[in-house]
Design a binder for this molecule. Structure first.
Ligand code: CDP
Length: 239
C-alpha cells in the first residue's frame, strides 16, 4: 500500500518535477558579521555569516600566495526531528570540505595572501538539500562581505524519485527506495560546475538529465541571489 509521492508529474507538495521549493534569500541579516545571508528552500532553513579577510590563526596555516578558506557546517540540535547532538561530526566535516571546494575556484583568493576567510553555515531546519542551501547562502554572504568572486555560486540538488527526474528533492522524496540525489553547484556567470556529488546508481542518460535540470535550477537561483543583494544595497541608508 505504498502511497506514491509523484502522480502524473505532480509531486505531493504540488510542485512540478522541475520546480524548486518556495525560495527566500536575504542578504545582510546579521550586523556582527562582515557579510551574511539567510536562505530557505521550502522548510530547509540556513543562515550564514562571513568573517574576513582576516589574520590567520595559527599563523603557520597562512599561505603567502593566497587566502585560505575556513568553512564550517553545523546542524543545530532542533534542525532535525530527533534532536541532533550538538557539535561537529564526520558528515559536517565532509560537507564543509566539499562546500569549500565549491568556492575555491570562484573566489579571487590571490587578492588576499596571508589571510583567512571564514564562513560559518548554520542549518536551522533540515528537510534535505542543506548543503546546497548553505552554498547558495554562503555565496550571498561572501558577496555581502565584499569578497571578490568570478560570479555568484548557485546550488541545488536534482535526482530521481519513483523513476522521475526531479529538482530540489525533499527528505520524503530522498527517502524513497530507488531515489538518487545529486547536489550540484555552479557559477552561472561562467558556466563552471564547482560541485557534483552523487550516491546511488543511475544511468548516464539519467545523470545527464539530472545535471541539466540542476543547471537550469542554479541559473534561476542566481537571479534570486542577485535580487537579494540588490535589495540590501539599494534600500540601505534610507532610514
Ligand atoms: O542536507 P543534504 O541533502 O545536503 O545532506 P544529506 O546528508 O543527504 O541529508 C539529507 C537530509 O537528511 C538532511 O537535509 C536532513 O533532513 C536529514 N538528516 C537528519 O535528519 N539528521 C542528520 N543527522 C543528518 C541528515
Amino acid at each position: 500500500m505504498d502511497k506514491k509521492l509523484i502522480n502524473k508529474g505532480i509531486r505531493s507538495d504540488g510542485r512540478k518535477l522541475d520546480e524548486i521549493r518556495p525560495m527566500i534569500i536575504k542578504a545582510g541579516v546579521i550586523d556582527r558579521a562582515d557579510g551574511s545571508a539567510y536562505v530557505e528552500f521550502g522548510t530547509t532553513k540556513v543562515i550564514v555569516g562571513v568573517y574576513g579577510p582576516k589574520k590567520v590563526h595559527p599563523r603557520h596555516m597562512e599561505n603567502s600566495q593566497k587566502a585560505i578558506l575556513k568553512f564550517r557546517y553545523n546542524m543545530i540540535p532542533f534542525s532535525v526531528y530527533d534532536r541532533k547532538r550538538p557539535g561537529y561530526d564526520k558528515r559536517s566535516v565532509e560537507i564543509a570540505k566539499v562546500v569549500a571546494d565549491a568556492f575555491e575556484n570562484a573566489i579571487f583568493l590571490e587578492e588576499f595572501p596571508k589571510s583567512a576567510i571564514e564562513v560559518d553555515m548554520e542549518i536551522i531546519q533540515a528537510d534535505a538539500g542543506t548543503r546546497v542551501a548553505a552554498i547558495t547562502a554562503a555565496s550571498v554572504a561572501l558577496a555581502d562581505a565584499g569578497i571578490p568572486m568570478k560570479g555568484l555560486v548557485s546550488s541545488v540538488a536534482a535526482g530521481r524519485v519513483e523513476g522521475n527526474i526531479a529538482l530540489d528533492l525533499t527528505k520524503d522524496e530522498e527517502d524513497v527506495s530507488d531515489a538518487i540525489d545529486l547536489p550540484v553547484a555552479m557559477i552561472p556567470r561562467t558556466g563552471e560546475i564547482t560541485l557534483l556529488q552523487m550516491d546511488g546508481d543511475a544511468t548516464v542518460e539519467e545523470i545527464e538529465q539530472i545535471v541539466k535540470m540542476a543547471e537550469k535550477g542554479c541559473k534561476d537561483i542566481e537571479k534570486v541571489q542577485i535580487a537579494a543583494l540588490l535589495e540590501k544595497y539599494t534600500t540601505k541608508g534610507t532610514n
